[in-house]
Design a protein around this ligand. Structure first.
Ligand code: CA
Ligand code: CA
Length: 100
């Protein structure tokens, strides 16, 4: 009986942990979308760097096709100059040239 209760507590705490993570990543995505919408040819590499961090949800220092949104997703193949199906910070910076 004790073991069942423990399993239940563990399941609940894992579930609430997941919920917090989901909220965190959806707010990151919202921030990324807002930032992406505000980008222009006058935007700085610093802003691209912030965008990169927000989009890179699994923190592997690369934007995969599933992590890309909006104009990053639309121009993914153009930005991915080495055809690695992921974007590094240098490749994402290429977005600035596309905005001009
Ligand atoms: Ca990533
Ligand atoms: Ca690449």
């Amino acid at each position: 009986m004790k073991k069942v209760a423990f399993t239940l507590v563990l399941t609940i705490s894992m579930f609430s942990c997941n919920s917090i993570q989901n909220i965190g990543s959806s707010s990151n995505l919202k921030q990324a979308a807002t930032l992406l919408g505000s980008l222009s040819s006058n935007s700085t590499v610093q802003q691209i760097s912030t965008l990169f961090t927000l989009l890179d949800t699994n923190k592997d220092e690369a934007i995969s096709t599933t992590e890309a949104i909006g104009s990053v997703a639309e121009n993914f193949n153009v930005l991915d100059t080495d055809n690695s199906t992921s974007l590094d910070l240098t490749e994402l910076t290429g977005l600035l040239a596309l905005l001009k």
